[in-house]
Design a protein around this ligand. Sequence first.
Ligand SMILES: Cc1ncc(COP(=O)(O)O)c(C=O)c1O
Length: 508
Amino acid sequence: MLLTPAPRIPQRAWPLGYQGIGALLSCPRHTDQRQAANGCFVGLGSQKRQPLGASRRQFWIPGAQARRLSLLVAIQPAPLAPRCPQERPPLLSVPGVGKTHHYYTTSPPAGVKCHVVDLRSDTVTLPSPEMRQAMAQAEVGDDDYREDPTVNELQRVVADLLGMEEALFVPSATMANLIAVMCHCHRRGAQVLLGKEAHIHIFEHGGVAEVAGVHSEALQDLPDGTMDLDELEHKIQQAQGNRYLPRPALICLENTHCSTGGRVVPLQYLQKVRQLAQQYSLRIHIDGARVLNAAVALGVPPRQIAQHCDSISLCLSKGVGAPAGALLAGARGFITEAWRVRKLLGGGMRQAGVLAAAALVGLHNVEETLKRDHDNARCFAQGASALASPLCSINLAAVETNILLMRTLTPWLTPSTLCELMEAVSAEEVAATGQATSVRLFPWGKHCLRAVWHRDVSPHDTRLCGINERNVLNVTNEATRISVYRHENCRMLQRTHSNQPFNINQNG
Ligand SMILES: Cc1ncc(COP(=O)(O)O)c(C=O)c1O
């Protein structure tokens, strides 16, 4: 078995744009793209796709890339040319032990129902029929004159829920956080202390610097979503009376903490940060986009969390399931100023009652919804962890709410590859059950991917996701073993040729 560079064929013959790689696989001579996608083992590395070899089905392994590439099937997201409904959609094949597995590269065959479970984020929910009805019937007015009764009602409900004097409806949680920073930091150049992984710090486009003129001191986040208290105090102390350092004015916390996988910040920790802030006359803002998840996980009313801060935001388009909006809650004087800043930022929304109405419906049964989301996430995590896959792991102890982070354990299986495989439809599943499941996950960092449960994902969907994950990991594991074996064969041949010693331990 020899690997030789295959002659290039013109790019247009491979509109799928796969990169040819790895193991020698037989597939028929391709004449068009659909046949091409059938029965060929193709590589990932979507960044550097090249045409596959044309005349014979032997793909050249560029030495150093071989291990990385010769593993899995590339599921090409770009659609193929339109096909007529009677035609079988193209398949990609992953070799397995004793059996080859096939995935549809586009949608499954016509007539087969594809059930999509979208776990990329809890922001993907669609308004329920009750929400739509409430939106249609909402009583509205000009909210800039404070005349929208539905917005006023929502603000009252949320202020009460969070135990704050008042709350203000704003278009997004990003704006709620920015308004909070602008209201707490009265001077340009004032300092806000927050975690390096805080949503405000990494995902809000540096609005606190660009818009508010505030300087961020970012501390290392701990795996449980907190910051080290000694380090926090040290930073504050350093700046006290020091004319060279920026003056801290605000501490921003996040609860639940998104980047660490929806971790719940403990109440005792909040209490300690509160004491520290009081000692040094600082304010505290909590990015509480998912504070209701935290409350449900802790089994306490949300106000028990909010009592430890001066202001808190709450997002309506996540666990609550509303189409848009957030609230910022705090003391009356703070909200008066927040109203002015919302105006400054262009966040006044006039007849916003249509949005507030959906949020009120979502809030009505939010506690049960979030409990169910958390149970689903845990149930999936337990199943996935029981697989004990060598390719992917989950820290069960870290699954506290609706977010789950999965860590890939091999450099060959990147998070985006695993996401693509989870989303692809298995031909075997279609043949066995007459239907298909496609699970959408989110690549989250170099070795991590994220799944988030929300009100549009049922326990049944969760079970389907578990089955899908088990299949994908099994298939991937088989493909990995085969490819490693073949790669070793290839090295063996190369070494034989150069009279070097070789050693093969892998077993096909
Ligand atoms: C922790 C946290 N804060 C704030 C936001 C911003 O929310 P929005 O999209 O409503 O601006 C998000 C969004 O994902 C978030 O996860």
